[in-house]
Design a protein around this ligand. Structure first.
Ligand code: ADP
Ligand code: MG
Length: 380
């Protein structure tokens, strides 16, 4: 969709509201190269923005009302308008909860008023590529842009997290919105969640004859209902028992009850894998990150237990067909995997994965090669 995505949102806005929008803002989805379930443990993550984005065309309103519409495949879905003063968690259902949650948080911060918002996007939904955060971040930038406020990106990230945690009810960390806000073209973002320290690390897999293949299993996950919250609480308990602020500080699993050991083991080893990956990328030893991706998958599958059979089949089939490494990404229980693939083997890997899915009786996966794209901003 890209540059035309902005036009799609703006054209629908004109048709619905009879005038051009005051502006169009957009934000990307993301792939996390490595560092999964580490963000809410104060650890390290390494995401990049994908070219798929969500656009929000917007104009201000004076009556404290937010109107919302979303364009999908040429169809416009118009939602019930929401009144800012009446917004409370639980008052908005379905997709409206994401933009309404952002408006709710901004209002508490004393910024952002009523607005007409028209959304268009091509981030696959519920695919673990963070369409929800791309929608929330684009909405936040639109409402802030209309009000003339210019807060720091870290404030915006925190507000978006509040919207998703307290309004939508998904207990997610800081990875997704920070990635959507702060990633840049041709780089992965090395983020230390505890300190907020960021480093843009050049990432040009193509120069090394490699591609990052995204494999969307099309098994939709739900972070609200999945075991995500349970894992989070397990990590907090483990940190308590160990007497550390978070699992970021844990040196090992000693002293933990059996059921918490694997959770801690995953977080400790995953943080190490992120640091190792950054080191290898800086030394341009790209092929060597393959085994780290595979180790991450094994850890998420066996220790953290957030994989599912489709993600396991995707990772295994990709490796069998020649991928240097593969792993599930995102919260788990569905969504997408990534595979690091020599360019000349891309087709073979795609075929291998598709055949493995067919053999298991799964629906066809959606696959595309992802190159780091630009973060969120104003388009028009
Ligand atoms: P993910 O973030 O991995 O895609 P989530 O379940 O967190 O999965 O978020 C997906 C939800 O975000 C969708 O079900 C929908 O409610 C909302 N959403 C994302 N993009 C759009 C869009 N362009 N228009 C309307 N709703 C959207
Ligand atoms: Mg999401």
């Amino acid at each position: 969709m890209n540059s035309t995505g902005s036009n799609i949102a703006a054209d629908a806005f004109r048709r619905l509201h009879g005038a051009a929008p005051a502006g169009v803002w957009s934000a990307p989805g993301r792939v996390n190269l490595i560092g999964e379930h580490t963000d809410y443990n104060d650890g390290f993550v390494l995401p990049f923005a994908i070219p798929h984005r969500t656009w929000v065309a917007a104009s201000p309103r004076e009556d404290g009302v937010i109107t919302l519409a979303s364009v999908q495949d040429g169809q416009v879905e118009v939602a019930e308008p929401v009144r800012l003063a009446e917004l409370e968690p639980g008052t908005a259902q379905g997709w409206v909860a994401y933009p309404a949650g952002v408006a709710w948080v901004l209002r508490q911060q004393g910024v952002g008023g009523g607005a007409d918002l028209v959304v268009a996007g091509d981030v696959p939904r519920g695919a673990g590529l963070s369409s929800s955060h791309s929608l929330e971040v684009a909405t936040a930038l639109a409402l802030l842009g209309l009000s003339g406020a210019d807060p720091s990106k870290s404030d915006i990230a925190k507000w978006v997290q509040q919207a998703e945690n307290d309004f939508v009810g998904a207990p997610t960390g800081l990875l997704d919105q920070t990635a959507s806000l702060c990633c840049t073209d041709a780089h992965v973002l090395f983020l230390d969640v505890r300190s907020g320290r960021q480093e843009q690390v050049p990432f040009d897999a193509g120069a090394h004859g490699l591609e990052v293949l995204v494999i969307d299993t099309r098994v939709s996950h739900s972070l609200v209902e999945s075991g995500y919250g349970e894992r989070r609480r397990g990590c907090e308990r483990a940190a308590d028992v160990l007497g550390v602020a978070s699992l970021r500080d844990a040196a090992g699993e000693e002293g933990l009850p059996d059921e918490l050991r694997p959770l801690a083991r995953h977080v400790i080893t995953e943080n190490e894998r992120v640091l190792k990956t950054v080191e290898l990328l800086k030394q341009e030893r790209y092929a060597e990150i393959g085994p780290l991706l595979s180790a991450s998958h094994a850890s998420l599958r066996d220790d953290y237990r957030v994989s599912c059979v489709e993600l396991d089949v995707a990772a295994e089939a990709a490796e069998k067909a020649g991928a240097l490494g593969a792993r599930m990404i995102g919260g788990g229980f569905g969504g997408s995997a990534i595979a690091l693939v020599p360019r000349e083997l891309r087709e073979r890997v795609e075929t291998g994965v598709a055949e493995a899915f067919a053999a298991q009786g799964f629906g066809s996966p959606r696959m595309f090669a992802a190159v780091p794209a630009a973060g969120a901003g104003r388009d028009v």
